[in-house]
Structures are given as structure tokens and as C-alpha cells.
Ligand binder design. Structure first.
Ligand SMILES: Cc1cc2nc3c(=O)[nH]c(=O)nc-3n(C[C@H](O)[C@H](O)[C@H](O)COP(=O)(O)OP(=O)(O)OC[C@H]3O[C@@H](n4cnc5c(N)ncnc54)[C@H](O)[C@@H]3O)c2cc1C
Length: 290
């Protein structure tokens, strides 16, 4: 299919991109890796009058660590996150998540910022960024703001970005001493997207009790979410196999699970519990008391 006609803009700087977006607002779409936007335009499910290609803005492509925080530019590709030595050492959950996304071509073009801004309910990054208590930087000609990951994705393909804002960076805390994390996913056999994806970060205290635990799920409901019940059941307690199993049983609590030809709502909720248990076990195996 051929998309509707549009004007194509190629800004070289963020300032220029923000000015263009400010000018065209709701009539424009930002283009990053194009792996979600271009198919939508070809199917005419999206028909922007202006496409602002931010792909050549070098200042949005970086991964760096600063004072225990990792900051990643919106244009970092899935492959760059997968292969980053800084991340493998300081935040291994991110490379582990990246390698579960699509295939090599998708990982070479698709970007962290594009995936989060797109807010596909079965995308992998939202679960990981939620479990890390990440923050998302939104920039416009009016200024900048950091949005907590919990408030960023609001529903199916819906975020709290305003029409004149570009997602410019993501910030997450590095893995603390004694911490372990892990991402587990059941791939849809046709699309490769998550039927269920679970990201966990766990930190053990000196006595081996759970000092910190956060669990992000994707693919189960209309948007990625934190499994608060699971976290609460584990906090402050020794993470025995039985306790982990009981905690994981709450993974889909309060969530209206999606249903499709591959997985009914009941089966998805079951998978959420099973994959949460396994992801918790994986994170625990990698954690050690401080
Ligand atoms: C065959 C295939 C398999 C895939 N498998 C998976 C998978 O297993 N897991 C997974 O998570 N994803 C998967 N994807 C999606 C892939 O990760 C996309 O790259 C990603 O969803 C969008 O990133 P992008 O950079 O390509 O964004 P684009 O397609 O360029 O943009 C997507 C949307 O986000 C907006 N946008 C992009 N960047 C910004 C920004 N910085 N600020 C504001 N708005 C922005 C655009 O306007 C558009 O609305 C797959 C895609 C394909 C084609």
C-alpha cells in the first residue's frame, strides 16, 4: 500500500525538530526508526500531513552513566542497547530485554524512544523501564520535563506526550550492589511481540530479605503495568520458593487480560503468573545479599 502524500522534513538539530513540531503540532508525526510508523502509514491508519525525520539528530543517540544513573538518548537503537558494554555492566536488564525484540533488522533500526512513544501494549521496553522506575524526558519549545514511567503510558498506543513534545531521553538507576534482574518473554509465534513479558529487579538486604523488588509486565493487558501485589508480598521477607510462588500468583490481579486467537484472557493471566514466578527466580539467582 502507498501512504497518503505528506511533506518530509529532515532537521539536523533537536532545536530545529522542536520548532517544526511546534509549528505543525497535531498535523505532524515524528519519524525515528520507522518500524512502527511506516507500516501504519502504508495501511493508512496514520496519515500525517508532515513527517519530521529525527533520525539524523546525533545529539539524541547516546548511552552514558552519570552518578549511578544511566541516561539513554531516544534514538539509541535496540541493537545499541543490546550490545552496550556500559549497560551490560551497570544495567543488564536493558541488554537482556533488547535481545528479545523482533529480529536483527528490527533491532538495527527500531529505537528505544520510538518504542516507548508508540506504546504498543505488547512491546518489551515499557515493562523494563517500568520495573526500573525509569523516567522519560519530554522536550518542546516550551522547555523540558521528566515524566515517571508509571505516568507515561496511559493506554493502548497512548502516552502523556503532548503533540508538540519529542521524547528525548530515558533515565534509569543502575543496578545497585547486591541486586539482580531479569527479563523473560513468551514470543507470539507470528509477530514476535510479547504474549507476556516480565521484567524484575530485586535487591537483597544483609540478612537476605528482599529490600527492593519491582515487577513490570507487558502483553497481558491494555498497557504495561507494575504488579504491586507481587511486590508487596515479597518486600521485607526472605524470598523462599514458596513465597515467590504465592507472590507471583498475584501477577494479573486487577488486570483485564487481553484475548486473541493465540491466547485467551484466562491463558494469558495464567502465563503472567508462571512467567512472573520464573522472572523472580531468575532475578533472585543473580542477586546476592549486600
Ligand atoms: C517485524 C517487526 C517485529 C517487531 N517485534 C517487536 C518485538 O518483539 N518487541 C517490541 O517491543 N517491538 C517490536 N517491534 C516494534 C519495533 O521495536 C519498533 O521499532 C518500535 O515499536 C518503534 O520504534 P521506531 O524507532 O521504529 O519508531 P517509529 O516507527 O519511527 O515511530 C513509532 C511512533 O512513535 C513516534 N515517535 C518515534 N520516536 C519518537 C520520539 N523520540 N518522540 C516522540 N514520538 C516519537 C512516532 O511518531 C510514531 O507514532 C517490531 C516491529 C516489526 C516491524
Amino acid at each position: 500500500m502507498i501512504p497518503e502524500a505528506f511533506d518530509y522534513h529532515v532537521p539536523k538539530t533537536l532545536a530545529e525538530a522542536l520548532r517544526l513540531l511546534g509549528q505543525f503540532g497535531g498535523e505532524a508525526k515524528v519519524l525515528a526508526g520507522g518500524h512502527s510508523l511506516v507500516p501504519l502509514m502504508k495501511l493508512r491508519l496514520a496519515a500525517p500531513k508532515h513527517v519530521i525525520d529525527i533520525g539524523r539528530i546525533a545529539e539524541l543517540r547516546y548511552i552514558r552513566e552519570d552518578n549511578g544513573k544511566i541516561q539513554i538518548g531516544a534514538l539509541a537503537t535496540h541493537f545499541e542497547l543490546e550490545s552496550s558494554e556500559v549497560l551490560k555492566k551497570k544495567c543488564p536488564l536493558l541488554p537482556e530485554t533488547a535481545k528479545e525484540i523482533g529480529d536483527v533488522q528490527v533491532r538495527n533500526k527500531g529505537t528505544l524512544g520510538g518504542s516507548l512513544a508508540h506504546a504498543d501494549p505488547a512491546a518489551d521496553w515499557p515493562a523494563a523501564v517500568l520495573s526500573l522506575d525509569g523516567e522519560i524526558k519530554a522536550s518542546s519549545t516550551r522547555g523540558e520535563r521528566w515524566i515517571p514511567a508509571r505516568d507515561f503510558i496511559q493506554g493502548v498506543f497512548t502516552t502523556s506526550l503532548k503533540p508538540d513534545e519529542i521524547l528525548t531521553a530515558v533515565r534509569v538507576p543502575a543496578l545497585p550492589l547486591g541486586g539482580g534482574d531479569g527479563y523473560l518473554k513468551l514470543h507470539h509465534p507470528a509477530s514476535g511481540f510479547a504474549i507476556v513479558g516480565v521484567a524484575v529487579r530485586m535487591v537483597l538486604g544483609a540478612k537476605g530479605t528482599v529490600d527492593q523488588v519491582s515487577v513490570g509486565l507487558t502483553g497481558v493487558g491494555p498497557k504495561a503495568y507494575r504488579a504491586g501485589g507481587v511486590e508487596k508480598s515479597l518486600l521485607g521477607k526472605p524470598p523462599s520458593a514458596k513465597r515467590i510462588e504465592e507472590a507471583a500468583a498475584q501477577a494479573a490481579e486487577g488486570i483485564e487480560a487481553n484475548s486473541d486467537l493465540y491466547a485467551s484472557a484466562e491463558y494469558r493471566a495464567h502465563l503472567a503468573r508462571v512467567y512472573t514466578r520464573r522472572a523472580l527466580e531468575k532475578a533472585l539467582e543473580r542477586a546476592s545479599p549486600k
